[in-house]
Design a protein around this ligand. Structure first.
Ligand SMILES: Cc1ncc(COP(=O)(O)O)c(C=O)c1O
Length: 422
């Protein structure tokens, strides 16, 4: 199987591919071509092994029990957070809160951050529903203003729109760092600067950015970041909320209960709970220890390969697809085809086929090529582009385990499909 992609890279991508057991499967005696990593990434054995080790060797509660299993679970849990903090370049590991997914991270901020009365929240037409709805509902709850910055049709933003929209009434900006439909990368640092000049907080939705690009939250100077661990080779049901410590400290709590308190007394008619600082403040109850350990292993796995290398490699695969797509009859790319401002995914419509689900079904049934179809939880941008969300768009997304064979199989499938649809 071809793998090299003509890349000048120190990374042995063929060897990396072997880390992913799911790719050893065949269906109908043919290899699988997994192009749905923007939804859910495959898991390498390093992550699976780390989680299995927890379940098989020390499947106990972290942070409470003082016996040997408890001690080992606590240590592994602490170590996992340290690994994740390193992945984000957080200033302090307490700035990384384990959550169930990016959606929960976004909801925690939207619900619990203190925002002044009469202020406004700014978000965009390109957000995943998880990046916009929690903030829209927060604005409704507290009677705050809400303003939407419209993305251009290529999925980029006009920086002048941000300068016009963010003013001294703005208390928070929620913005996607890399779009899960157009793949466009937002100039986060520049927007964060505009927001901070006006005293507003910045919530960066890094669900798509973190798995594919080097992420440095200190350099970007964002106040919060939401991460989908399951999209970055980590376990399902895991996410991370990054927040600057000062903000996490001042926020309201989200869940109350065990492990969030240092003391609770009911005395002389008074109820006196003393709450712990972050991260425990946001991690009530027994945690997903295996999930956190898997998340730490995923962060370590990606860092060992190198995020710059991963970014470059994915772009080289995507460029081969874009090159062919640019002149493929009946195919329309949604958003920019400029590889330099794009994460490794392409979303498209085929004008001879009415539903994106038909594209995905054909590729799956005839070629074992797994792509995503639908509205990708980004209804507003589909409407903005005049695409009926029910008809939807198809999306092929690439990751470090894909190769030239995957690209070629996908393109062959597309060519056959278009020929048949004429
Ligand atoms: C840009 C973006 N934000 C948020 C989410 C939600 O992520 P999660 O499934 O981890 O809640 C997704 C998931 O596809 C996404 O692509």
């Amino acid at each position: 199987m071809a793998t090299g992609e003509g890349l000048i890279s120190m990374v042995n991508w063929a060897k990396i591919r072997n880390d992913f057991p799911a790719l050893r499967r065949t269906i109908n005696n043919k290899p699988v071509v997994y192009l749905d990593s923007a939804c859910m990434a495959l898991k390498p054995r390093q992550v699976i092994n780390a989680m299995n080790e927890y379940y098989e060797q020390y499947p106990a509660c972290g942070g409470r029990s003082i016996h040997k299993f408890g001690e080992e679970a606590s240590n592994a849990y602490i170590e996992a957070r340290e690994k994740f903090a390193k992945f984000l370049n957080a200033a302090d590991e307490s700035e990384c809160i384990w959550t169930r997914n990016a959606t929960e991270s976004l909801n925690i901020v939207a619900t619990s951050v203190k925002l002044p009365k009469d202020s406004k929240i700014v978000t965009t037409s390109l957000e995943h529903h998880s990046g916009s709805l929690p903030f829209i509902e927060r604005a409704r709850r507290d009677g705050l203003g809400i303003e939407i910055v419209k993305a251009r049709s290529d999925g980029t933003f006009d920086i002048e729109d941000w300068k016009r929209t963010i003013d001294h009434d703005t208390s928070l900006v929620s913005i996607v760092h890399s779009s899960n439909v157009t793949g466009t990368i937002t100039p986060m640092k520049e927007i964060a600067e505009i927001a901070h000049d006006h005293g507003a907080l910045v919530m960066s939705d890094d669900a798509q950015y973190a798995p594919h690009h080097p992420l440095d939250v200190q350099d970007l100077n964002v106040d919060f970041s939401a991460i989908s661990v399951h999209k970055m080779c980590g376990p399902t049901g895991m996410g991370v909320l990054y927040g600057k410590l000062e903000h996490l400290k001042s926020m309201n709590m989200f869940f109350y209960g065990g492990d969030t308190v240092s003391d609770v007394r009911f005395e002389n008619g008074k109820i006196l709970p003393e709450y712990l600082p972050p991260p425990e403040k946001f991690e009530a109850g027994l945690q997903n220890y295996a999930g956190a350990i898997g998340a730490g292993a995923a962060a370590e796995y990606l860092l060992t390969i190198g995020m710059h290398e991963i970014e470059k490699y994915e772009r080289s695969l995507l460029e081969m697809v874009l090159e062919r797509f640019r002149d493929m009859e009946h195919v329309h790319i949604l958003g920019t085809d400029d590889i330099n401002i794009k994460t490794g995914l392409v979303t498209f419509t085929v004008d001879t086929i009415s539903s994106a689900h038909d594209v995905a079904t054909f590729l799956n049934d005839e070629y074992n090529v797994m792509v995503r179809s639908g509205w990708h939880c980004v209804g507003p941008f589909h409407y903005q582009m005049g695409i009926d969300p029910k008809r939807g768009t198809a999306r092929a997304s690439f990751y470090l385990y894909n190769n030239r064979f995957d690209v070629d199989t996908f393109l062959s499938g597309m060519e056959t499909l278009i020929e048949a649809s004429k």
